[in-house]
Design a protein around this ligand. Structure first.
Ligand code: HEC
Ligand SMILES: [Cu+2]
Length: 316
């Protein structure tokens, strides 16, 4: 069924049943459309003007029994389809009892995830494969919508209300997460990923998560929303220094001086990157003067501290 390339991969139990419903419905409607169209063509040729065919009334059984026959067949078919599709959809609403519970908070413009042991992540959702996962979601501002195409799971997330959905991933890997409610200027970038891991990998991942404090988390969110991550993340294609270990390390500037990574330097670089350009890199970092204030800098600093693998770099 996932042989068709223009469909996203089917990576959850719901995906398989949703696709099956879709194909059955396309099949049924296809049969109806084709038979009506071909009868239309056949009749317009057969009964065209001047053709020598009988045009008198059809026999009585055709006028009555045949009409009743196909009307009721159509009715029962439609009822069956309604029952079958809604039963499948309804069962997709009710999560199994043993489902793993994860909380998701949507806000302009990010997805915040909290696991049962307190571990948090932003714009990433780690889940185990072959296990039902129930999401309890809410929004801090406007309506967002949680959509994972590969799972065929889409659920609106409303402020002041709990929205629930659940899924059971059937494949390990990384899948797209989108917001599908136009929720403001950065809506298009309100994306993330769902990382499906094997059960033991997930358990290990979960227990090794630092249960970080609020400032660090907000710093991480700023680091993403301000675009810093676009250049400074390991995966970025821009040639920019990795920031893990920045604090306390020696930074050689393009003007020949050497300085130590500190909150002052972070501030100078973020506000005036040209004057404090780092040696050996292209000077492409934009200035955030007037955009980033002290409050934000404090949070970003916390986040950069938290990237450092050494214990003494953990907290300022
Ligand atoms: C367009 C890409 C880009 C963006 C966006 C960007 N930076 Fe940079 N950043 C760079 C580059 C390139 C350098 C090195 C060259 C330089 O300093 O001009 C750098 C240098 C730095 C340094 C010095 C690192 C070191 O090891 O010496 C820090 C700290 C830093 N950036 C923080 C940030 C923060 C915080 C943000 C977001 C508020 C940010 N950057 C946004 C590209 C970027
Ligand atoms: Cu949104």
């Amino acid at each position: 069924m996932d042989a068709l390339d223009f469909f996203p991969e089917a990576a959850s139990t719901q995906a398989t049943s949703t696709d099956f419903i879709l194909f059955v419905l396309i099949g049924f409607t296809g049969i109806v459309v084709l038979s009506v169209l071909s009868l239309l063509v056949i009749f317009s040729i057969r009964f065209r003007r001047h053709s020598a065919v009988r045009r008198d009334d059809p026999p009585e059984w055709m006028k009555r029994d045949l009409e009743i026959g196909w009307s009721s067949a159509g009715l029962f078919l439609a009822l069956f389809l309604a029952w079958w599709t809604s039963a499948t959809e309804l069962s997709a609403l009710i999560a199994p009892k043993n489902a793993l519970e994860i909380h998701v908070v949507a806000k302009q413009w990010m997805w915040k995830v909290q696991h049962q042991n307190g571990a948090r992540e932003i714009n990433v959702l780690h889940v185990p494969v072959d296990e039902p996962v129930r999401l309890i979601m809410t929004s801090q501002d406007v309506i967002h919508s949680f959509f994972v195409p590969e799972f065929r799971v889409k659920q609106d997330v409303l402020p002041g209300r709990d929205s629930r959905t659940w899924f059971q991933a059937t494949k390990t890997g990384t899948f797209h997460l989108f917001c599908t409610q136009l929720c403001g200027t950065e809506h298009a970038r309100m994306t993330g990923e769902v990382v499906v891991m094997s059960g033991p990998d997930f358990a290990h991942w979960l227990t090794s998560q630092p249960v970080s404090d609020d400032l660090t988390r907000e710093g991480e969110a700023l680091f993403r929303s301000l675009g810093c991550s676009g250049c400074h993340d390991a995966a970025s294609r821009v040639q920019a220094p990795a920031l893990a270990g920045f604090f306390g390390s020696e930074v050689r500037l393009a003007n020949g001086t050497s300085v130590t990574g500190s909150d002052e330097l972070l501030r100078d670089i973020v506000l005036h990157p040209r004057e404090h350009s780092v040696a050996g890199y292209p000077s492409v970092m934009p200035s955030y003067a007037g955009i980033v204030g002290d409050e934000e800098l404090l949070r970003i600093s916390r986040y950069i501290h938290s990237l450092s693998p050494s214990p003494e770099g953990k907290q300022p």
